[in-house]
Design a protein around this ligand. Structure first.
Ligand SMILES: Nc1ncnc2c1ncn2[C@@H]1O[C@H](COP(=O)(O)OP(=O)(O)OP(=O)(O)O)[C@@H](O)[C@H]1O
Ligand SMILES: [Mg+2]
Length: 373
């Protein structure tokens, strides 16, 4: 539904160049909720503004619902109209709502309908229908200043839906809201996604947002997408930073001569028998350091951090056994103590991948806070 290829954006101001997007390839499938996460300055807002051509990409293409928007742009006034038409099918929700304070709630929602040229009666009917959809039918005549933050964002969402978009873009739509209101707005986005078949691309710096509503996610760093996939794929990717942040488990080794591994399993996988089988087969004592079950991307997922006696080299066979059972196993520690406990995941035979060594410092990397790395 949304595809970007080689999307690059270079801002030039006062002789300086800032590369905000550096060859971004993104693919958002029809009907999914796709989250883009990353630190401040990673390029998330630039990405979303390039997706609806509010910002002209320096190079690369953007296709939304089969229309190459980058080809429509820059072909003179006629193409401008085509681009405006294409853009009216892309709804946009903002962090600070961007409502007009002098207009009533209903009239804010009617604004894009005026631009589309609908008659007064049609506008009013459509706006009331949309307000009903977002649960604000009784606030039509109120003014934005009379609404709570969550209610304002509902108006913002109703307005974004006015052009019957197939795609909704949201830039930090819940960042200005408290946790409970955030949950209700996310639930609304999920409902709209399901009821209207709306594809949602949302930008956030909150992992919980990705966890509660996204089917897929991408991690951005310095203008690039460094990880992406469905939540299930990410959880099944050894060393995935996103997976570790979505699903952190904690617990430290009880001594140097130990191997600590994170075992990830999906809902129905029976982990307990596997652990006891492992213990019996290899005659080893296994300690459970931490465990968690949670719903990630609508699926039940479990992760367990276990400790095996001996160093990694001594545990190659038991770890192979776990992998053979179809479980995902990430090595946390068990390496030469010389390299220190913080060497983290980057041990063992499959430690060579860049993603894995990048996440070496902690099992739950802080992907999004300023200055975290
Ligand atoms: N209009 C602009 N002119 C010049 N530089 C810009 C402009 N907009 C963004 N940038 C720069 O581009 C980079 C990416 O900015 P962007 O706003 O896309 O980041 P972001 O991931 O949305 O960050 P945040 O989480 O803080 O919103 C930053 O270095 C920023 O300073
Ligand atoms: Mg931003």
């Amino acid at each position: 539904m949304i595809t970007t290829t080689g999307l690059t954006k270079v801002y030039r101001s006062r002789g300086r160049e800032v590369t905000a997007l550096d060859g971004v390839d993104l693919h958002v499938r029809e009907g999914e909720v796709y989250g883009v996460i990353g630190q401040s300055g990673a390029g998330k807002s630039s990405l979303i503004r390039c997706v609806n051509l509010l910002e002209r990409p320096t190079s690369g293409t953007v296709t939304v619902d089969g229309v190459d928007l980058t080809a429509l742009a820059g072909k003179g006034p006629r193409a401008g109209r085509e681009l405006r038409a294409a853009r009216s099918r892309i709804g946009m929700v903002f962090q600070h709502f961007n409502l007009l304070s002098s207009r009533t709630v209903q009239s804010n929602v009617e604004l894009p309908l005026e631009i589309l040229g609908l008659s007064g009666r049609e506008r009013s009917r459509k706006a009331l229908e949309l307000l009903d959809l977002v649960g604000l039918a009784d606030k039509a005549r109120s003014y934005p200043s009379q609404l709570s933050g969550g209610q304002k964002q509902r108006v913002g969402i109703a307005r974004a839906l006015a052009g019957d978009p197939k795609v909704l873009l949201s830039d930090e739509a819940t960042s200005a809201l408290d946790p409970e209101t955030t949950r209700s707005i996310l639930q609304l986005l999920r409902d709209l996604n399901e009821r209207l078949g709306l594809t949602v691309l949302l930008i956030t710096h909150e992992m919980d947002v990705v966890k509660s509503v996204c089917d897929s996610a991408a991690l951005m760093e310095r203008g690039r997408v460094v990880e992406s996939g469905t939540v299930g794929e990410l959880l099944a990717t050894p060393g995935s930073q996103l997976a570790a942040a979505l699903f952190p488990v904690s617990g430290a080794a009880s001594g140097d001569d130990r191997t600590v591994v994170d075992v990830t399993f999906h809902g129905d996988a029976a982990t307990q028998p596997v652990i006891s089988q492992l213990s019996r087969t290899y005659n080893i004592d296994i300690s459970i350091l931490g465990a968690a079950m949670d719903t990630v991307g609508g699926r039940q997922v479990g992760r367990m951090r276990i400790e095996l006696p001996g160093r990694f080299e001594e545990n190659v066979v038991p770890i192979g056994f776990l992998r053979e059972q179809g479980l995902q196993v990430d090595i946390v520690t068990g390496q030469d103590p010389e390299s220190g406990p913080a060497a983290g995941r980057a041990t063992g035979p499959d430690s060579a991948s860049p993603a894995e060594s990048a996440s070496a410092s902690t099992s739950a990397p802080n992907l999004v806070k300023d200055g975290a790395r």
